[in-house]
Design a protein around this ligand. Structure first.
Ligand code: H2B
Length: 115
């Protein structure tokens, strides 16, 4: 199986395809620690990361920010002492695109690199 974090992202546009139910089911297997949540009618990938302290949580937040800027695809990140909550979805299409799963996989890799 190919490594999801190595997949390339497509540009976000309003006509980009939402992931189908079958694609979501397949892609979710590569990021099993992420929960699919519906927020204001839109599906999002959500994961809470636990880190040692505020400085580590901030360092991780910045790594996720760098991933986002590199792809022009941006999550919601909530930072607190020892915790970072990340949500990925595609605003332009109001739901989940394959990009969100790819960036969730890269977020997991950034977290794993810090352990
Ligand atoms: C113009 C710019 O590329 C778009 O607004 C991008 C920016 N970042 C984005 N991030 C996310 N998560 N979804 C988007 O649809 C999106 N659109």
């Amino acid at each position: 199986m190919s490594d999801l974090k190595e997949h390339s992202c497509e540009a976000c546009s309003p006509d980009a395809p939402k992931a189908t139910d079958e694609e979501k089911q397949q892609l979710h297997k590569d990021v099993p620690d992420w929960e699919i949540r519906v927020v204001e009618g839109e599906e999002q990938l959500h994961r809470l990361f636990k880190l040692k302290n505020f400085a580590k949580a901030l360092e991780f937040t910045n790594k996720v920010g760098d991933l986002a800027e590199a792809e022009d695809h941006h999550p919601v990140i909530v930072l607190e002492y020892g915790k970072v909550a990340v949500s990925w979805w595609s605003h332009e299409i109001g739901g989940l695109h394959k990009n969100d799963f790819v960036l969730a996989a890269r977020t997991d890799a950034a977290f794993n690199d810090m352990q």
